[in-house]
Design a protein around this ligand. Structure first.
Ligand code: TYD
Length: 218
């Protein structure tokens, strides 16, 4: 059925552990007979994955970084996300625009109002794409925010692997990223489900499932 897809995003500071829960939720939706698309940002298309390599590893000006994040997002939306939603699939996306507000807005201190303008530009659909999903400014149906105290996340990350540009940032950066997420959640509370990520993995998994079930989707 066209236009009946679901768009769920997974957010949180590095080390919050969202990736493993994405896979479990994908299995649950598949078991319920839904087609699932697992994807990520920045990335999700060959072009957007090239942009990912640049933004995660090369130092750059804050506006350049924000523009590249939204350029990758526009590509991902038009090529992958919108067509999948139009087919009725469940799209599970590891990070989306809230990451830009949290990292570039909160973490880097880039102007919030400018990000709102870029969001509107990049996520506005037109023509047949807008008709297909009955929405012009495309936003997730639900955002699962894995909330973890930044100090705990830093401990989890320590020594785990070679850090990318963002993971190598000091604790104060992640405190600001956390504040960015909190501000975003406050501005759109109905879209956000706050998941306490500071508990055993099984309990986090149950909280994720409960948030989805509460909306009648599983
Ligand atoms: P992440 O999604 O954590 O992938 P991995 O688990 O492979 O490291 O890494 C992506 C990084 O990019 C993360 O540190 C957050 C950052 N990021 C932004 O700064 N802005 C954005 O808009 C997005 C989508 C990600």
């Amino acid at each position: 059925m066209p236009g009946t897809g679901l768009f769920l995003t997974f957010e949180g500071i590095d080390g919050a552990g969202k990736s493993s829960h994405m896979a479990a939720l994908a299995d649950a939706f598949r078991a319920a007979g839904r087609a699932v698309v697992l994807t990520r940002e920045p990335g999700g298309t060959p072009l957007a994955e090239k942009i990912r390599q640049l933004v995660l590893h090369d130092p750059m000006d804050a506006l350049t970084e924000a523009l590249l994040m939204f350029a990758a997002r526009r590509e991902h939306l038009t090529q992958i996300i919108v067509p999948a939603l139009a087919r009725g699939a469940v799209v599970l996306c590891d990070r989306f625009t809230d990451s830009t507000f949290a990292y570039q807005g909160g973490g880097r201190g880039f102007d919030w109002e400018s990000l709102l303008i870029l969001e509107r530009l990049a996520q506005t659909l037109s023509g047949p794409q807008a008709d297909l999903i009955h929405q012009t400014l495309l936003q997730p149906d639900l955002t699962l925010w894995f909330e973890l105290p930044p100090a705990v996340a830093a401990q989890r990350l320590a020594g785990a692997r070679v850090p990318d540009k963002f993971e190598a940032q000091p604790l104060a950066f992640f405190e600001a990223v956390h504040a960015g997420y909190a501000r975003r959640a406050q501005q759109d509370p109905a879209r956000f489900a706050r998941i306490d990520a500071n508990q055993p993995m099984a309990a986090v998994g149950q909280a994720v499932r409960a948030a989805v079930q509460a909306r009648g989707w599983l």
